[in-house]
Design a protein around this ligand. Sequence first.
Ligand SMILES: Cc1ncc(COP(=O)(O)O)c(C=O)c1O
Ligand SMILES: N[C@@H](CCCC[NH3+])C(=O)O
Length: 412
Amino acid sequence: MKKLENFSYTLDVELLRTLAEKYGTPLYVYDAEKMMNQYEKIKQAFSCIDKLGIHYASKANTNINILKLFKKKGIGLDTVSIQEVEIGIMAGFPPKQIIYTPNGVSMEEIIKAKEFGVRIHIDNLSLLEQFGQEFSLDYPIGIRLNPHIVGGGNEKISVGHIDSKFGISYYQFPHIKRIVENTKLKVEGLHMHTGSDILDVEIFLRGADILFDAAIKFKDLEYIDFGSGFKVSYNPGDVPTDIQKLGPLLGKKVNKFYKEYGKTLCLVFEPGKFILSESGYFLVKVNTIKQTISSVFACVNSGFNHFIRPMFYNAYHNIENISNPSGRVRLYTVVGYICEADTFGLNHQISEIHEGDILCFSNAGAYCFCMSSNYNSRYRPAEVMIYKKQDYLIRQRETIQDLLRNIVEITL
Ligand SMILES: Cc1ncc(COP(=O)(O)O)c(C=O)c1O
Ligand SMILES: N[C@@H](CCCC[NH3+])C(=O)O
């Protein structure tokens, strides 16, 4: 069967077309095999590291079926909210396999996480002190440091710089130490995450130096958590993070550190995008073609309410016409139906589009469905997962009842 050329599709065109017909559009399709291949790539790249812990960043896609798949493979979970913790527990993860690294949350939420028994990362001096005063030695925690490194594909996802709200500045280290000593807190982990979409291997290595420098000053560590940020290719010429190169370089630093520390710790990564992004496809139908005096618009039955990355981050996503994959290539601006600027792709080269054709967006696995909304009172799409060559509906398309579910009608 024909596969789409010039891009890393793992599913063939005919299958995607069949799924669009069977489940309707707009539709998210995920390929479980591709997720697992990506996971294996990470494992292999860091195979020189003795104790490796990979925790899938569930914020990339929290569908419980995807979480269960990772659980089955023995992968850990990374969460950012108490709700992600709860979904993780529901998916069957043992609490100690769940890392919880929130930002800007209340002490009440941290206490709930403690009640679930998950590994908590605190990224704020005030909460560190409160937690220490209340729980002290009873409950070991991890601390998220801000290494003051500028990394990440755009300013919205660059989170390790000096003006960022994330982590505790490593310049505030004496303050951290004072709180830990005064409250007798047990620190079992140190964490850092500088951003998403980081191409440069050097960023990770610089972060490692800073983290090890801090880690040597804590005697009870069990793990060091490097967060994530591995980049994927969003367009055919794009280059992903060279994790094959990063693995051995980081491995050298890690082993040197372990010698100094006198103990082998677990080295944790929390990948989301690298595992999920390329496994996903977003299928939409072309409602109409609109030729203006400047552009040819392909207007589809979706919008940034379903797929926000192009509008929010200016992100490029490859778009193919899977109804006419070998047609003559023309220039199209692909737009959605939302009542404000809503562009998926400006002047993309796409094989000739007719009304009713199905377009396929690539890299739709991570940060796509989970960032969707009901803006303009549109239903959120269905999700399908291909697992062991079978397609499974893993989320139903919404209906009018979903839009009204929490509304309380009052008598006027
Ligand atoms: C703390 C933390 N860990 C892990 C991730 C996952 O990052 P990515 O999807 O780039 O792998 C993020 C998101 O950027 C994050 O904020
Ligand atoms: N949502 C971002 C990724 C990182 C956000 C989480 N820290 C994206 O779509 O690129």
